[in-house]
Design a binder for this molecule. Structure first.
Ligand code: ZN
Length: 253
């Protein structure tokens, strides 16, 4: 049964697409009701009054009607703002779009996900404020793994629980192996200890408390390869936004 609620809600715009001749479908992640698709009548007409409030990379407070299992409506924008730097920089844009599509893929619509509303808000703010977008993206990717049903053991060795050792990552065992147990998996990933360090750190880091992270280029590259491997082998999703991001980064080299 469909229920309707008239309410003010906090939203971060995930994506928008044209609909019919003059209208638009806009997807938001809301703090109150999870991800919702909104039908915006007349959004593509000249002089549409909420034009600025539904631009890509906008967030804010809106008033509308939330339908539990059909399209929702926005009646007015109460207070909105944009991630300015993300909007104007095609690289930042590509990272932000990938993070948002990953969250979109990880959760069904209409399920409240306040934690990820807040994490996305913080992640985009950090990127907009000049924090390394590759690192912020890695943090989101690692912290979303459990939602995709992949929960690698990163606290210590999968076998013996050792937390202070040289570690490697084993896909077969689903997490870290300490050096006493390296022999169990000949296909372990042979990661360097810095990569392991950041993998563990990023799995528990609080995005709202980050002020500075500097990761060297070699480690960044290794983290990127590791996450690509985990997302390919264990998660098994291939997002268009990720291919686009990869292409962008190839051009940059
Ligand atoms: Zn062990």
């Amino acid at each position: 049964m469909n229920s309707q609620t008239y309410m003010n809600f906090h939203g971060i715009l995930l994506y928008r697409k044209d609909y019919k001749e003059n209208d638009m479908l806009v997807k938001f992640i809301t703090a109150e009701s999870g991800k919702k698709m909104f039908f915006i009548r007349g959004a593509r007409k000249r002089g549409f009054k909420m034009m600025a409030d539904i631009l890509p990379f906008t967030y804010g407070t809106y008033s509308g009607k939330i339908n539990s299992n059909s399209l929702s409506y926005i009646y007015s924008a109460l207070d909105t703002d944009h991630y300015e730097n993300i909007s104007s920089d095609i690289f930042l844009n590509a990272y932000a779009t990938y993070i948002m599509s990953l969250i979109d893929a990880a959760y069904p619509d209409s399920v409240p996900i306040l934690t990820w509303f807040n994490k996305l808000f913080d992640a985009l703010k950090l990127i907009d404020n000049g924090m390394d977008p590759a690192i912020i993206t890695n943090i989101c990717e690692i912290q979303l793994l459990s939602q995709f049903g992949v929960q690698p053991e990163l606290r210590g060795c999968v076998i013996c629980g050792e937390t202070n050792s040289n570690f490697d990552f084993s896909e077969a065992y689903g997490g870290l192996l300490c050096q006493n147990h390296f022999h169990l998996d000949p296909h372990r990933l042979h990661l360097d200890q810095k990569t392991i360090y950041y993998l563990r750190k990023f799995s528990v880091i609080d995005l709202s408390k980050i002020s500075k992270i500097n990761v060297g280029d070699t480690t960044k590259k290794s983290l990127r390869q590791l996450l690509d491997k985990i997302y390919n082998d264990s998660v098994g999703i291939h997002l268009k936004s990720k291919s686009f991001l990869d292409q962008m980064n190839d051009l940059k080299l």
